[in-house]
Write a protein that binds this ligand. Structure first.
Ligand code: NAD
Length: 355
């Protein structure tokens, strides 16, 4: 499998964004976010998103150079209008505002509506954790045909609605639970289809209603549907993400009467909690450390080598990929190159970056 350096992928992403009309700072934030997702092991949300982003720039469902606009500012509550701007800018600026407000008030409730793809939600939780704040995020996705079937259904009614919660850890070892509420993230069906590999069992439904292990069922017409993780519990969490992020923020939910531009709009409801809002800072930190040590001390059961806590797999991927590079399968790479060309980045400029 071809291996790419993170610096060159970062430079390519910047070049694509700038060719698509972005200011330099925006291009930098998008590149930071996509490459960080690859480094964390989530290729579903890395530079492989560029074909979607370029398509959406062209159909104007994604608008460059937008910023987080405050639609409501009341005590700990901030409502942010994303204006179909890059989620990498809207998410970053919204978290900055939310962190400042939580520092003042102890807690901030940040509602983002109508942002383009917020991508890997753990990125926003990590921005909060890096400042010592805990956070909880409910997200829904609209503007495209739904992807995920509710428990017991065979028709898609929801997006893959991610949920994320994080608490800061020692020396950057934050505990970050960040997951699609579907059994697999949508991008993982794309990556599996591109690699010609089967998806995990019980993760996709064929349009005729039976379980399929072929990621391609999500890219055909009629399309299949994604199965919720954890049966009724994951499906219930997906529905709560839909209602909290899609309706309570003043954004939109997946309903047939809402017009769709074929983009990926995310709405997100976030709670950001200051480290000393509820308990004494050092005591909280000690309690977290002791709880994690106890959890990790469980003896591994058959088939497992050790107990990991959320966020550990991503940290291990990051260390390995920083050292050894990021693998991208040939099909995904040719789609990324085609997207770069479509944005206006010539082949010779791409070749120069990857020397
Ligand atoms: P995943 O299944 O790989 O990981 C889910 C969580 O489980 C992570 O917090 C991870 O640290 C933890 N984990 C993984 N293996 C573990 C182990 N062995 N022991 C303990 N914990 C473990 O993630 P996913 O559901 O495929 O989601 C991938 C990404 O997709 C996420 O970053 C999510 O934010 C993103 N996403 C975004 C959208 C969007 O609309 N923007 C939609 C869906 C998903």
């Amino acid at each position: 499998m071809p291996v790419f350096g993170h610096d060159a992928l970062h430079a390519l992403t910047r070049a694509v964004c700038i060719a698509g009309g972005s200011a330099a700072r925006e291009a930098e934030l998008v590149a930071d976010n996509l490459v960080a997702a690859n480094l964390a092991g989530h290729d579903s949300h890395g530079v492989g998103m560029l074909p979607l982003y370029v398509r959406c720039l062209h159909n104007r469902s994604l608008l460059p150079n937008r910023h987080a606009e405050l639609a409501l500012d009341r005590g700990p509550i901030l409502v942010i209008e994303g204006g179909r701007g890059y989620g990498q800018v809207i998410g970053f600026e919204a978290m900055q505002l939310g962190l400042a407000r939580a520092a003042e008030q102890g807690v901030a409730l940040v509602a983002i509506r109508n942002s383009f793809h917020l991508c890997r939600i753990g990125h926003w939780a990590e921005q909060c954790a890096a400042e010592g704040f805990a956070s909880i995020h409910f997200v829904n996705g609209v503007d495209h045909a739904p992807l995920q079937a509710p428990y017991g259904g065979r028709d898609a009614r929801l997006s893959t609605n991610p949920f994320c919660a994080a608490v800061p850890g020692e020396d950057g070892a934050h505990v970050v639970l960040d997951m699609a509420t579907s059994e697999i993230a949508f991008g993982k069906a794309r990556v599996a289809a591109n690699k010609g590999e089967p998806v995990p069992d019980e993760s996709l439904l064929h349009p005729e209603g039976h379980v399929s292990r072929d990621g391609a069922v999500m890219f055909q017409d009629p399309r299949g549907a994604m199965i919720a993780m954890g049966e009724h519990k994951g499906s219930g969490l997906a529905i709560m993400c839909e209602l909290l992020a899609g309706a309570f923020t003043g954004g939109l939910t997946n309903q047939p009467e809402h017009p769709q531009k074929g983009g990926t709009i995310n709405n997100m409801l976030s709670v950001i909690i200051a480290p000393d809002a509820l308990g004494e800072r050092d005591a909280v930190r000690r309690e977290i450390g002791a709880a994690l040590a106890w959890i990790k001390s469980a003896r591994p059961r058959a088939g497992f080598e050790e107990v990991l806590v959320p966020g550990e797999p991503e940290r291990r991927h990051r260390a390995a990929r920083l050292a050894h590079g990021i693998e991208i399968d040939p099909q995904s790479w040719s789609e990324i190159r085609a997207a770069a060309n479509a944005a206006g980045v010539a082949d010779r400029d791409i070749d120069r970056l990857f020397g």
